[in-house]
Design a binder for this molecule. Structure first.
Ligand code: ADP
Length: 541
Protein backbone atom coordinates (compact mmCIF):
# COMPACT_ATOMS: atom_id res chain seq x y z
CA UNK A 1 0.00 0.00 0.00
CA UNK A 2 1.26 3.43 -0.94
CA UNK A 3 1.79 5.86 1.86
CA UNK A 4 -1.05 8.31 2.01
CA UNK A 5 1.07 11.30 2.77
CA UNK A 6 4.64 12.32 2.25
CA UNK A 7 6.79 14.96 3.80
CA UNK A 8 8.70 17.30 1.55
CA UNK A 9 10.68 20.51 1.94
CA UNK A 10 10.41 23.71 -0.01
CA UNK A 11 13.39 25.71 -1.19
CA UNK A 12 13.70 27.43 2.17
CA UNK A 13 13.85 24.14 4.01
CA UNK A 14 10.37 24.45 5.46
CA UNK A 15 8.54 21.17 5.68
CA UNK A 16 5.22 20.62 4.01
CA UNK A 17 3.03 17.62 3.49
CA UNK A 18 1.84 16.17 0.22
CA UNK A 19 -1.37 14.28 0.57
CA UNK A 20 -2.10 11.68 -2.03
CA UNK A 21 -5.61 10.61 -2.91
CA UNK A 22 -7.04 12.10 0.21
CA UNK A 23 -10.55 10.99 0.74
CA UNK A 24 -10.18 7.78 -1.23
CA UNK A 25 -12.33 5.05 0.16
CA UNK A 26 -11.50 1.38 -0.06
CA UNK A 27 -13.76 -1.49 0.54
CA UNK A 28 -13.28 -5.21 0.69
CA UNK A 29 -16.28 -7.33 0.99
CA UNK A 30 -17.62 -10.80 1.70
CA UNK A 31 -15.48 -13.91 1.51
CA UNK A 32 -12.66 -11.97 0.01
CA UNK A 33 -12.53 -9.81 3.11
CA UNK A 34 -12.61 -12.75 5.50
CA UNK A 35 -9.88 -14.54 3.61
CA UNK A 36 -7.63 -11.55 3.57
CA UNK A 37 -8.11 -11.25 7.33
CA UNK A 38 -7.30 -14.86 7.84
CA UNK A 39 -4.14 -14.46 5.84
CA UNK A 40 -3.06 -11.48 7.89
CA UNK A 41 -3.75 -13.20 11.18
CA UNK A 42 -2.03 -16.40 10.12
CA UNK A 43 1.06 -14.48 9.15
CA UNK A 44 1.32 -13.20 12.69
CA UNK A 45 0.65 -16.56 14.22
CA UNK A 46 3.28 -18.21 12.01
CA UNK A 47 5.87 -15.83 13.36
CA UNK A 48 5.42 -16.95 16.97
CA UNK A 49 4.77 -20.59 16.14
CA UNK A 50 8.45 -21.47 16.07
CA UNK A 51 8.85 -20.00 19.56
CA UNK A 52 6.38 -22.35 21.19
CA UNK A 53 7.53 -24.79 23.78
CA UNK A 54 10.73 -25.63 25.62
CA UNK A 55 12.76 -25.87 22.44
CA UNK A 56 11.19 -22.85 20.82
CA UNK A 57 13.55 -20.49 19.09
CA UNK A 58 14.26 -16.95 20.14
CA UNK A 59 13.59 -13.90 18.08
CA UNK A 60 15.64 -10.78 17.91
CA UNK A 61 13.55 -7.67 17.83
CA UNK A 62 15.11 -4.42 16.82
CA UNK A 63 13.19 -1.30 17.68
CA UNK A 64 13.24 1.80 15.47
CA UNK A 65 15.86 3.38 17.71
CA UNK A 66 18.06 0.33 17.52
CA UNK A 67 17.33 -1.25 20.87
CA UNK A 68 17.60 -5.00 20.78
CA UNK A 69 15.38 -7.50 22.54
CA UNK A 70 15.99 -11.23 22.39
CA UNK A 71 13.02 -13.23 23.52
CA UNK A 72 10.79 -16.19 22.87
CA UNK A 73 7.91 -14.81 24.83
CA UNK A 74 4.91 -14.53 22.55
CA UNK A 75 3.42 -11.47 24.17
CA UNK A 76 6.71 -9.63 23.99
CA UNK A 77 7.38 -10.53 20.37
CA UNK A 78 3.95 -9.42 19.33
CA UNK A 79 3.97 -6.40 21.59
CA UNK A 80 7.10 -5.06 19.99
CA UNK A 81 6.24 -5.82 16.41
CA UNK A 82 4.96 -2.87 14.47
CA UNK A 83 1.77 -4.41 13.27
CA UNK A 84 -0.20 -2.26 10.90
CA UNK A 85 -2.96 -4.54 9.77
CA UNK A 86 -6.12 -4.18 11.84
CA UNK A 87 -6.82 -7.89 12.06
CA UNK A 88 -3.24 -8.74 12.80
CA UNK A 89 -3.52 -6.24 15.62
CA UNK A 90 -6.36 -8.30 17.06
CA UNK A 91 -3.95 -11.19 17.45
CA UNK A 92 -1.53 -8.97 19.28
CA UNK A 93 -4.33 -7.98 21.61
CA UNK A 94 -5.27 -11.61 22.02
CA UNK A 95 -1.89 -12.48 23.39
CA UNK A 96 -1.99 -9.38 25.56
CA UNK A 97 -5.29 -10.31 27.14
CA UNK A 98 -3.96 -13.78 27.88
CA UNK A 99 -0.93 -12.09 29.40
CA UNK A 100 -2.99 -9.67 31.48
CA UNK A 101 -5.39 -12.22 32.80
CA UNK A 102 -3.14 -15.20 33.29
CA UNK A 103 0.41 -14.16 32.48
CA UNK A 104 1.20 -17.41 30.75
CA UNK A 105 0.29 -19.28 27.61
CA UNK A 106 0.69 -16.19 25.47
CA UNK A 107 2.33 -17.99 22.58
CA UNK A 108 -0.01 -20.94 22.70
CA UNK A 109 -3.12 -18.82 22.41
CA UNK A 110 -1.89 -17.18 19.23
CA UNK A 111 -0.78 -20.46 17.69
CA UNK A 112 -4.18 -21.95 18.44
CA UNK A 113 -5.99 -18.98 16.95
CA UNK A 114 -3.83 -19.23 13.83
CA UNK A 115 -4.61 -22.92 13.49
CA UNK A 116 -8.32 -22.29 13.89
CA UNK A 117 -8.15 -19.69 11.14
CA UNK A 118 -6.27 -22.02 8.86
CA UNK A 119 -8.98 -24.59 9.38
CA UNK A 120 -11.71 -22.06 8.73
CA UNK A 121 -10.17 -21.23 5.41
CA UNK A 122 -10.58 -24.80 4.24
CA UNK A 123 -14.16 -24.87 5.44
CA UNK A 124 -14.90 -21.62 3.62
CA UNK A 125 -13.46 -23.15 0.46
CA UNK A 126 -15.82 -26.03 0.89
CA UNK A 127 -18.65 -23.54 0.88
CA UNK A 128 -19.59 -23.57 4.52
CA UNK A 129 -20.98 -20.30 5.73
CA UNK A 130 -18.75 -18.36 8.15
CA UNK A 131 -21.50 -18.21 10.77
CA UNK A 132 -21.90 -21.97 10.73
CA UNK A 133 -18.17 -22.32 11.21
CA UNK A 134 -18.26 -19.86 14.07
CA UNK A 135 -21.09 -21.78 15.74
CA UNK A 136 -19.36 -25.10 15.25
CA UNK A 137 -16.19 -23.71 16.83
CA UNK A 138 -18.14 -22.51 19.79
CA UNK A 139 -19.70 -25.89 20.38
CA UNK A 140 -16.36 -27.56 19.97
CA UNK A 141 -14.78 -25.15 22.40
CA UNK A 142 -17.41 -25.99 24.99
CA UNK A 143 -16.62 -29.67 24.57
CA UNK A 144 -12.91 -29.02 24.83
CA UNK A 145 -13.30 -26.95 27.99
CA UNK A 146 -15.42 -29.68 29.52
CA UNK A 147 -12.77 -32.23 28.65
CA UNK A 148 -10.12 -30.05 30.27
CA UNK A 149 -12.18 -30.15 33.42
CA UNK A 150 -12.41 -33.90 33.25
CA UNK A 151 -8.71 -34.55 32.76
CA UNK A 152 -7.58 -31.86 35.19
CA UNK A 153 -5.52 -32.95 38.13
CA UNK A 154 -4.63 -31.30 41.39
CA UNK A 155 -1.11 -30.35 42.31
CA UNK A 156 -0.52 -30.87 45.99
CA UNK A 157 1.59 -28.39 47.85
CA UNK A 158 1.90 -26.83 51.24
CA UNK A 159 4.08 -24.31 52.98
CA UNK A 160 6.46 -27.09 53.97
CA UNK A 161 6.39 -28.96 50.71
CA UNK A 162 6.69 -26.83 47.64
CA UNK A 163 8.40 -29.43 45.50
CA UNK A 164 5.55 -29.57 43.00
CA UNK A 165 5.43 -25.81 42.68
CA UNK A 166 9.13 -25.82 42.13
CA UNK A 167 8.93 -28.44 39.42
CA UNK A 168 6.22 -26.48 37.67
CA UNK A 169 8.22 -23.28 37.78
CA UNK A 170 11.17 -25.19 36.38
CA UNK A 171 9.08 -26.32 33.46
CA UNK A 172 8.12 -22.77 32.73
CA UNK A 173 11.70 -21.58 32.88
CA UNK A 174 13.07 -24.53 30.94
CA UNK A 175 12.51 -22.82 27.62
CA UNK A 176 13.85 -19.46 28.62
CA UNK A 177 17.20 -17.79 28.70
CA UNK A 178 17.70 -18.82 32.31
CA UNK A 179 17.37 -22.52 31.56
CA UNK A 180 20.90 -23.20 32.75
CA UNK A 181 20.06 -21.93 36.22
CA UNK A 182 16.44 -22.84 36.16
CA UNK A 183 16.36 -24.60 39.47
CA UNK A 184 17.74 -21.54 41.18
CA UNK A 185 15.31 -19.25 39.39
CA UNK A 186 12.38 -21.56 40.01
CA UNK A 187 13.19 -21.63 43.70
CA UNK A 188 13.18 -17.85 43.80
CA UNK A 189 9.86 -17.68 42.01
CA UNK A 190 8.35 -20.14 44.49
CA UNK A 191 9.89 -18.45 47.51
CA UNK A 192 8.74 -15.04 46.34
CA UNK A 193 5.15 -16.19 45.90
CA UNK A 194 5.10 -18.15 49.16
CA UNK A 195 6.52 -15.15 51.01
CA UNK A 196 3.67 -12.87 50.07
CA UNK A 197 0.86 -15.41 49.62
CA UNK A 198 -2.10 -15.74 51.89
CA UNK A 199 -2.75 -19.46 51.53
CA UNK A 200 -5.99 -19.36 53.48
CA UNK A 201 -7.58 -16.82 51.23
CA UNK A 202 -5.72 -18.12 48.18
CA UNK A 203 -4.55 -14.64 47.53
CA UNK A 204 -1.22 -13.57 46.10
CA UNK A 205 -0.66 -9.82 46.20
CA UNK A 206 1.42 -9.52 43.10
CA UNK A 207 2.61 -5.99 43.70
CA UNK A 208 4.52 -7.09 46.78
CA UNK A 209 6.93 -8.94 44.53
CA UNK A 210 9.43 -6.67 42.92
CA UNK A 211 11.72 -7.88 40.18
CA UNK A 212 14.59 -5.50 39.58
CA UNK A 213 17.73 -5.85 37.54
CA UNK A 214 21.26 -4.70 38.03
CA UNK A 215 23.87 -5.02 35.36
CA UNK A 216 26.95 -7.01 36.20
CA UNK A 217 27.67 -10.44 37.53
CA UNK A 218 25.98 -13.41 35.98
CA UNK A 219 22.49 -14.85 36.03
CA UNK A 220 23.58 -17.28 38.72
CA UNK A 221 24.13 -14.31 41.04
CA UNK A 222 20.46 -13.41 40.93
CA UNK A 223 19.07 -13.36 44.44
CA UNK A 224 15.79 -13.18 46.24
CA UNK A 225 15.67 -10.70 49.05
CA UNK A 226 12.87 -10.77 51.54
CA UNK A 227 12.89 -7.07 52.08
CA UNK A 228 14.41 -3.90 50.72
CA UNK A 229 17.51 -3.62 48.60
CA UNK A 230 19.58 -0.47 48.33
CA UNK A 231 22.45 0.09 46.00
CA UNK A 232 24.97 1.10 48.71
CA UNK A 233 27.60 -0.43 50.95
CA UNK A 234 28.80 -0.08 54.52
CA UNK A 235 30.74 3.15 54.84
CA UNK A 236 33.88 1.53 56.14
CA UNK A 237 35.36 -1.67 54.76
CA UNK A 238 36.09 -2.95 58.25
CA UNK A 239 32.58 -2.54 59.56
CA UNK A 240 30.67 -5.77 60.06
CA UNK A 241 29.10 -7.08 56.88
CA UNK A 242 25.88 -7.87 58.62
CA UNK A 243 23.86 -6.72 61.58
CA UNK A 244 21.43 -9.06 63.28
CA UNK A 245 18.36 -7.70 65.02
CA UNK A 246 19.06 -4.36 63.50
CA UNK A 247 17.76 -1.27 65.27
CA UNK A 248 18.22 1.37 62.70
CA UNK A 249 18.66 5.09 63.24
CA UNK A 250 17.38 6.67 60.07
CA UNK A 251 19.00 10.08 59.94
CA UNK A 252 18.55 13.00 57.62
CA UNK A 253 20.99 15.21 59.50
CA UNK A 254 24.73 15.31 58.82
CA UNK A 255 26.62 12.89 60.98
CA UNK A 256 30.10 14.27 61.47
CA UNK A 257 32.09 16.43 63.85
CA UNK A 258 31.00 20.06 63.69
CA UNK A 259 33.34 21.95 61.42
CA UNK A 260 34.30 25.51 62.07
CA UNK A 261 32.25 27.46 59.59
CA UNK A 262 34.49 29.46 57.32
CA UNK A 263 32.45 32.59 57.68
CA UNK A 264 33.27 32.78 61.36
CA UNK A 265 36.69 33.95 62.16
CA UNK A 266 38.69 31.44 64.03
CA UNK A 267 41.88 32.37 65.74
CA UNK A 268 44.20 29.57 66.31
CA UNK A 269 47.45 30.84 67.47
CA UNK A 270 49.04 27.86 69.07
CA UNK A 271 49.32 24.15 68.80
CA UNK A 272 47.66 24.02 72.14
CA UNK A 273 44.54 25.74 70.88
CA UNK A 274 44.43 23.56 67.83
CA UNK A 275 44.53 20.47 69.97
CA UNK A 276 41.72 21.87 72.07
CA UNK A 277 39.59 22.51 69.06
CA UNK A 278 40.26 19.05 67.81
CA UNK A 279 39.36 17.57 71.15
CA UNK A 280 36.19 19.63 71.19
CA UNK A 281 35.15 18.43 67.74
CA UNK A 282 35.86 14.93 68.70
CA UNK A 283 33.91 15.11 71.90
CA UNK A 284 30.95 16.60 70.03
CA UNK A 285 31.01 13.76 67.57
CA UNK A 286 31.39 11.20 70.31
CA UNK A 287 28.38 12.78 71.88
CA UNK A 288 26.42 12.18 68.66
CA UNK A 289 27.53 8.60 68.58
CA UNK A 290 26.54 8.24 72.20
CA UNK A 291 23.06 9.59 71.53
CA UNK A 292 22.62 7.09 68.73
CA UNK A 293 23.85 4.26 70.88
CA UNK A 294 21.83 5.35 73.89
CA UNK A 295 18.70 5.19 71.80
CA UNK A 296 19.57 1.57 71.23
CA UNK A 297 20.58 1.75 67.59
CA UNK A 298 23.13 -0.64 66.21
CA UNK A 299 23.05 0.66 62.66
CA UNK A 300 22.91 4.10 61.12
CA UNK A 301 21.40 4.88 57.77
CA UNK A 302 22.20 8.43 56.85
CA UNK A 303 21.18 10.66 54.03
CA UNK A 304 24.52 12.46 54.27
CA UNK A 305 28.10 11.41 53.92
CA UNK A 306 30.73 11.34 56.62
CA UNK A 307 34.37 12.12 56.17
CA UNK A 308 37.20 9.72 56.83
CA UNK A 309 37.64 10.83 60.40
CA UNK A 310 33.99 10.41 61.25
CA UNK A 311 34.00 7.12 59.43
CA UNK A 312 36.85 5.68 61.42
CA UNK A 313 35.34 6.98 64.64
CA UNK A 314 32.12 5.20 63.82
CA UNK A 315 34.12 2.11 63.13
CA UNK A 316 36.06 2.45 66.37
CA UNK A 317 32.81 2.88 68.25
CA UNK A 318 31.38 -0.22 66.73
CA UNK A 319 28.56 1.56 64.96
CA UNK A 320 28.14 0.38 61.38
CA UNK A 321 26.70 2.97 59.03
CA UNK A 322 25.50 3.42 55.52
CA UNK A 323 25.94 6.84 53.98
CA UNK A 324 24.53 8.79 51.06
CA UNK A 325 21.21 6.97 51.01
CA UNK A 326 18.75 8.77 48.74
CA UNK A 327 15.54 10.35 49.97
CA UNK A 328 13.09 7.87 48.40
CA UNK A 329 15.12 4.95 49.72
CA UNK A 330 15.19 6.50 53.18
CA UNK A 331 11.41 6.61 53.07
CA UNK A 332 11.12 3.06 51.83
CA UNK A 333 13.37 1.85 54.61
CA UNK A 334 11.39 3.80 57.19
CA UNK A 335 8.13 2.29 56.00
CA UNK A 336 9.44 -1.26 55.75
CA UNK A 337 11.18 -1.21 59.12
CA UNK A 338 8.48 0.81 60.84
CA UNK A 339 11.01 3.40 61.84
CA UNK A 340 10.82 7.16 61.86
CA UNK A 341 12.98 9.49 59.88
CA UNK A 342 14.97 11.52 62.40
CA UNK A 343 16.11 14.99 61.36
CA UNK A 344 17.92 15.97 64.60
CA UNK A 345 20.01 14.04 67.06
CA UNK A 346 17.97 15.44 69.93
CA UNK A 347 14.91 13.67 68.55
CA UNK A 348 16.41 10.22 68.65
CA UNK A 349 14.65 7.71 70.86
CA UNK A 350 14.23 3.98 71.02
CA UNK A 351 10.75 3.86 69.53
CA UNK A 352 11.84 5.79 66.46
CA UNK A 353 14.30 3.18 65.37
CA UNK A 354 13.51 0.96 62.42
CA UNK A 355 13.59 -2.75 63.06
CA UNK A 356 14.79 -5.52 60.82
CA UNK A 357 15.83 -9.09 61.48
CA UNK A 358 19.01 -8.73 59.53
CA UNK A 359 20.74 -6.10 57.49
CA UNK A 360 23.63 -7.30 55.42
CA UNK A 361 25.93 -6.30 52.70
CA UNK A 362 25.94 -8.63 49.75
CA UNK A 363 28.52 -8.83 47.05
CA UNK A 364 28.17 -10.63 43.79
CA UNK A 365 30.52 -13.39 42.76
CA UNK A 366 33.80 -11.95 41.71
CA UNK A 367 32.58 -8.42 41.04
CA UNK A 368 33.23 -5.67 43.52
CA UNK A 369 29.66 -4.43 43.42
CA UNK A 370 27.97 -4.38 46.77
CA UNK A 371 24.46 -3.80 47.91
CA UNK A 372 22.75 -3.54 51.25
CA UNK A 373 19.73 -5.69 51.87
CA UNK A 374 17.36 -5.17 54.74
CA UNK A 375 15.51 -8.35 55.53
CA UNK A 376 12.87 -9.61 57.93
CA UNK A 377 11.52 -6.09 58.14
CA UNK A 378 9.07 -5.27 60.89
CA UNK A 379 6.32 -4.13 58.61
CA UNK A 380 6.40 -5.51 55.15
CA UNK A 381 6.17 -8.90 53.52
CA UNK A 382 7.48 -7.40 50.31
CA UNK A 383 10.21 -9.27 48.48
CA UNK A 384 12.65 -8.20 45.81
CA UNK A 385 14.28 -10.39 43.23
CA UNK A 386 17.50 -8.85 42.11
CA UNK A 387 18.34 -10.09 38.64
CA UNK A 388 21.97 -9.98 37.63
CA UNK A 389 23.37 -10.47 34.17
CA UNK A 390 26.24 -9.40 32.05
CA UNK A 391 24.20 -7.20 29.76
CA UNK A 392 20.89 -5.46 29.60
CA UNK A 393 19.45 -7.87 27.07
CA UNK A 394 20.05 -10.85 29.33
CA UNK A 395 18.79 -9.06 32.42
CA UNK A 396 15.59 -8.03 30.63
CA UNK A 397 14.85 -11.47 29.25
CA UNK A 398 15.60 -13.05 32.61
CA UNK A 399 13.17 -10.63 34.23
CA UNK A 400 10.48 -11.64 31.77
CA UNK A 401 11.19 -15.31 32.35
CA UNK A 402 10.92 -14.80 36.08
CA UNK A 403 7.71 -12.90 35.67
CA UNK A 404 6.29 -15.88 33.78
CA UNK A 405 7.46 -18.35 36.38
CA UNK A 406 6.06 -16.23 39.19
CA UNK A 407 2.74 -16.10 37.35
CA UNK A 408 2.73 -19.88 36.95
CA UNK A 409 3.32 -20.39 40.64
CA UNK A 410 0.82 -17.71 41.55
CA UNK A 411 -1.77 -19.38 39.38
CA UNK A 412 -1.20 -22.68 41.14
CA UNK A 413 -1.48 -21.09 44.56
CA UNK A 414 -4.70 -19.38 43.56
CA UNK A 415 -6.00 -22.49 41.87
CA UNK A 416 -4.04 -25.72 42.01
CA UNK A 417 -5.83 -27.53 39.22
CA UNK A 418 -3.65 -28.33 36.24
CA UNK A 419 -3.73 -30.16 32.96
CA UNK A 420 -0.72 -31.84 31.45
CA UNK A 421 1.41 -29.95 28.98
CA UNK A 422 3.48 -30.95 26.02
CA UNK A 423 0.29 -31.00 24.00
CA UNK A 424 -1.18 -33.77 26.16
CA UNK A 425 -4.25 -31.71 27.03
CA UNK A 426 -4.74 -30.69 23.40
CA UNK A 427 -4.56 -34.27 22.22
CA UNK A 428 -7.17 -35.35 24.76
CA UNK A 429 -9.42 -32.46 23.87
CA UNK A 430 -8.94 -33.09 20.18
CA UNK A 431 -10.06 -36.68 20.70
CA UNK A 432 -13.05 -35.59 22.74
CA UNK A 433 -14.11 -32.99 20.22
CA UNK A 434 -13.79 -35.41 17.27
CA UNK A 435 -15.92 -37.88 19.15
CA UNK A 436 -18.56 -35.28 19.93
CA UNK A 437 -18.56 -34.15 16.32
CA UNK A 438 -19.71 -37.57 15.14
CA UNK A 439 -22.90 -37.14 17.09
CA UNK A 440 -23.83 -33.82 15.56
CA UNK A 441 -26.16 -34.22 12.62
CA UNK A 442 -25.79 -30.70 11.24
CA UNK A 443 -23.08 -28.98 9.27
CA UNK A 444 -21.41 -27.82 12.47
CA UNK A 445 -19.84 -31.24 12.73
CA UNK A 446 -17.34 -30.22 10.07
CA UNK A 447 -16.40 -27.18 12.00
CA UNK A 448 -16.03 -29.27 15.14
CA UNK A 449 -13.69 -31.68 13.40
CA UNK A 450 -11.77 -28.71 12.14
CA UNK A 451 -11.51 -27.48 15.72
CA UNK A 452 -10.11 -30.85 16.72
CA UNK A 453 -7.49 -30.56 13.99
CA UNK A 454 -6.64 -27.07 15.11
CA UNK A 455 -5.95 -28.36 18.63
CA UNK A 456 -3.48 -30.79 17.09
CA UNK A 457 -1.50 -27.80 15.89
CA UNK A 458 -0.09 -27.34 19.40
CA UNK A 459 1.52 -30.79 19.73
CA UNK A 460 2.54 -30.57 16.08
CA UNK A 461 4.32 -27.28 16.65
CA UNK A 462 5.93 -28.58 19.84
CA UNK A 463 7.22 -31.64 17.99
CA UNK A 464 8.43 -29.64 15.04
CA UNK A 465 10.23 -27.12 17.23
CA UNK A 466 11.98 -29.96 19.00
CA UNK A 467 13.27 -31.39 15.78
CA UNK A 468 10.89 -34.33 15.79
CA UNK A 469 8.86 -35.42 12.82
CA UNK A 470 5.58 -33.71 13.66
CA UNK A 471 2.93 -35.92 12.09
CA UNK A 472 4.57 -39.20 13.04
CA UNK A 473 5.12 -38.11 16.61
CA UNK A 474 1.58 -36.85 17.01
CA UNK A 475 0.09 -39.99 15.51
CA UNK A 476 2.07 -42.16 17.88
CA UNK A 477 1.21 -40.22 21.02
CA UNK A 478 -2.41 -39.86 20.05
CA UNK A 479 -2.89 -43.56 19.50
CA UNK A 480 -1.16 -44.29 22.78
CA UNK A 481 -3.53 -41.91 24.57
CA UNK A 482 -6.47 -43.84 23.17
CA UNK A 483 -5.04 -47.31 23.68
CA UNK A 484 -3.78 -46.68 27.19
CA UNK A 485 -6.59 -44.33 28.16
CA UNK A 486 -3.91 -42.00 29.49
CA UNK A 487 -4.44 -38.30 29.00
CA UNK A 488 -1.06 -37.46 30.47
CA UNK A 489 0.85 -38.46 27.37
CA UNK A 490 2.34 -35.62 25.40
CA UNK A 491 5.27 -34.69 23.24
CA UNK A 492 8.64 -35.49 24.74
CA UNK A 493 10.25 -32.25 23.65
CA UNK A 494 13.44 -32.64 25.59
CA UNK A 495 14.06 -36.21 24.48
CA UNK A 496 13.83 -37.71 27.96
CA UNK A 497 12.40 -40.95 26.61
CA UNK A 498 9.25 -40.34 28.60
CA UNK A 499 5.91 -39.17 27.26
CA UNK A 500 4.15 -39.08 30.59
CA UNK A 501 3.98 -35.39 31.33
CA UNK A 502 3.20 -35.94 34.97
CA UNK A 503 6.52 -37.67 35.36
CA UNK A 504 8.21 -34.84 33.48
CA UNK A 505 6.44 -32.24 35.61
CA UNK A 506 5.06 -30.46 32.61
CA UNK A 507 1.88 -28.87 33.88
CA UNK A 508 -0.16 -26.06 32.55
CA UNK A 509 -2.61 -24.39 34.91
CA UNK A 510 -6.13 -25.36 34.08
CA UNK A 511 -7.27 -21.74 34.10
CA UNK A 512 -4.56 -20.82 31.63
CA UNK A 513 -5.48 -23.58 29.19
CA UNK A 514 -9.16 -22.85 29.50
CA UNK A 515 -8.53 -19.19 28.93
CA UNK A 516 -6.46 -19.98 25.84
CA UNK A 517 -9.23 -22.00 24.28
CA UNK A 518 -11.92 -19.48 25.12
CA UNK A 519 -9.99 -16.44 23.96
CA UNK A 520 -8.76 -18.04 20.74
CA UNK A 521 -12.24 -19.23 19.84
CA UNK A 522 -13.79 -15.92 20.69
CA UNK A 523 -11.37 -14.08 18.51
CA UNK A 524 -11.69 -16.42 15.55
CA UNK A 525 -15.45 -16.07 15.77
CA UNK A 526 -15.06 -12.33 15.68
CA UNK A 527 -12.87 -12.48 12.58
CA UNK A 528 -15.31 -14.80 10.84
CA UNK A 529 -18.08 -12.34 11.47
CA UNK A 530 -16.37 -9.37 9.89
CA UNK A 531 -17.19 -9.48 6.23
CA UNK A 532 -17.04 -5.87 5.32
CA UNK A 533 -14.20 -3.50 5.79
CA UNK A 534 -14.55 0.06 4.73
CA UNK A 535 -11.40 2.04 5.03
CA UNK A 536 -12.06 5.71 5.04
CA UNK A 537 -9.39 7.54 3.18
CA UNK A 538 -8.64 10.02 5.90
CA UNK A 539 -5.13 10.93 6.67
CA UNK A 540 -4.72 9.43 10.07
CA UNK A 541 -6.00 6.03 9.24
P1 ADP B 1 3.58 -19.79 26.20
O1 ADP B 1 4.02 -18.38 25.97
O2 ADP B 1 2.31 -20.09 25.47
O3 ADP B 1 3.55 -20.20 27.62
P2 ADP B 1 5.85 -21.48 25.85
O4 ADP B 1 6.91 -21.22 24.83
O5 ADP B 1 6.14 -21.30 27.27
O6 ADP B 1 4.61 -20.65 25.41
O7 ADP B 1 5.37 -22.95 25.59
C1 ADP B 1 4.33 -23.51 26.28
C2 ADP B 1 4.01 -24.87 25.73
O8 ADP B 1 5.12 -25.73 25.82
C3 ADP B 1 2.90 -25.50 26.52
O9 ADP B 1 2.04 -26.15 25.64
C4 ADP B 1 3.64 -26.49 27.40
O10 ADP B 1 2.80 -27.57 27.73
C5 ADP B 1 4.76 -26.91 26.53
N1 ADP B 1 5.93 -27.33 27.29
C6 ADP B 1 6.63 -26.60 28.16
N2 ADP B 1 7.65 -27.31 28.67
C7 ADP B 1 7.60 -28.52 28.13
C8 ADP B 1 8.39 -29.71 28.24
N3 ADP B 1 9.44 -29.78 29.04
N4 ADP B 1 8.04 -30.77 27.49
C9 ADP B 1 7.00 -30.71 26.67
N5 ADP B 1 6.22 -29.62 26.51
C10 ADP B 1 6.51 -28.54 27.22
Amino acid sequence: QQPQAAMAYDEYGRPFIIVREQGRKTRTHGLEAIKSHILAARTVSNIVRTSLGPRGLDKILISPDGEITVTNDGATILGQMEVEHQIAKLLVQLSRSQDDEIGDGTTGVVVLAGALLEQSEELLDRGIHPMRIADGFERACAVAVQELDRIADEVEFSVENTENLLKTAMTSLGSKIVSKDHRHFAQMAVDAVMAVADLQRKDVPFDMIKVTGKLGGSLADTTLVKGVVIDKDMSHPQMPRSVRDAKIAILTCPFEPPRPKTKHKLDISSVEEYRKLQAYERSKFEDMIKRVKDAGANLVICQWGFDDEANSLLMANDLPAVRWVGGPEIELIAIATQGRIVPRFEDLSAEKLGKAGIVREISFGTTRDKMIVIEECANSKAVTILVRGSNKMIVDEAKRALHDAICVVRNLVVNNRVVYGGGAAEISCSLAVSKAADEIPSIEQYAMRAFASALDAIPLALAENSGLSPIETLAEVKSRQVMEGNSKLGIDCNGRGENDMKKQFVYDPLISKRQQYLLATQMVRAILKIDDVITAGTMDE
